[in-house]
Ligand binder design. Structure first.
Ligand SMILES: O=C(O)CCC(=O)C(=O)O
Length: 289
């Protein structure tokens, strides 16, 4: 099975069947959403931000397999910041970086859409707003943004998860907007989804507790991995997916980069519990378009 994909029109129009496909599968791909020039500008900006980051000041590793970051204040405060998280395999046994700094970062997050002018302009573009409305948002708020670096050779695996586990609202309204800044292929760790499984249960809830975090099991229903479908993406493709859609990506053992920008939105009218891990500092309210 292939995932529903649509060519994004130059007039920013959407096929009328897009909404039905999104509701049915929980995933749609908008081909050619961003131009190569826009992707190049986002890529350059990510590198500029990394160049300005003092890697010795914060050695927080981000890992979805060990969750090593989850009790770290730098991580817990990153909902209102531009923070840098390292690849699990960034350092060799000698304590030195194995790769150049630009190729040692796992991700940058989680408020690029508010704090960085280049990412903010792209995140709040008219076409991004149109994409949000096309999948059903009435009053979208931009909650979280990340550059996922997935660098050559050491880019880590992202284990299968649902984003509503991490960005939970009542009712659930989280939707991810994932842009391929580099081509994402089977070789460099493209995303993969289980279509239709957004209609299944939310498996887990990651929330704050006693100054740290905890993972609460809500359902022991296994992910039907046999129905998993890879989602290779060309530069500029935007993958939009429900907060309940299980997804993952393999490690990047290739020599090709696989950079992506991902933005998560929630509906303004939904309740955002204050035990969600991602909390914004006072004076930095969530904004829409
Ligand atoms: O880019 C990836 O490999 C994972 C991204 C992801 O899990 C997300 O955007 O929710």
């Amino acid at each position: 099975m292939s995932l529903p994909s649509f060519l994004f029109g130059a007039d920013h129009s959407f096929a009328p069947s897009l909404r039905a496909a999104f509701d049915e599968t929980g995933i749609v791909i908008l081909r050619n959403f961003a131009t190569p020039e826009e992707c190049a500008a986002l890529k350059q900006r990510a590198f500029d931000l990394i160049d300005g980051f003092d890697i010795d000041a914060h050695r927080t590793v981000f890992s979805t397999t060990t969750q090593a970051h989850a009790e770290d204040a730098y991580f817990l405060n990153s909902g209102g910041a531009i923070s840098f998280f390292l690849e699990e395999e960034a350092y060799g046994a000698d304590g030195r970086l194995k790769r150049p700094k630009r190729e040692s970062i796992n991700k940058i997050g989680h408020a690029l859409h508010d704090l960085d002018p280049v990412f903010s302009a792209f995140s709040r573009s008219r076409k991004m707003e149109a994409a949000a409305r096309a999948v059903g948002f009435d009053d979208p708020l931009l909650l979280q943004s990340m550059v996922i670096m997935k660098p050559p050779s050491i880019g880590g695996e992202v284990t299968c998860h649902q984003d509503s586990t991490f960005l939970y609202t009542e009712p659930e309204t989280c939707v991810g907007f994932w842009l391929a800044i580099d081509a994402a292929t089977l070789q460099n760790g493209c995303m993969a989804f289980i279509p239709g499984e957004h209609k299944g249960p939310l498996r887990r809830l990651f929330r704050r507790k006693n100054g740290g975090t905890e993972m609460v099991e809500l359902s022991d229903a296994p992910y039907p991995e046999d129905r998993r479908v890879a989602a290779p993406a060309a530069i500029g493709d935007l993958v939009i997916f429900s907060g309940r859609a299980p997804h993952m990506s393999r490690a990047n053992r290739s020599q090709n980069p696989r950079m992506a920008y991902t933005l998560h939105m929630i509906e303004a009218g939904a309740h955002y519990p204050n035990d969600n891990w991602l909390q914004r500092p006072a004076g930095m309210p969530l904004r829409g378009f």
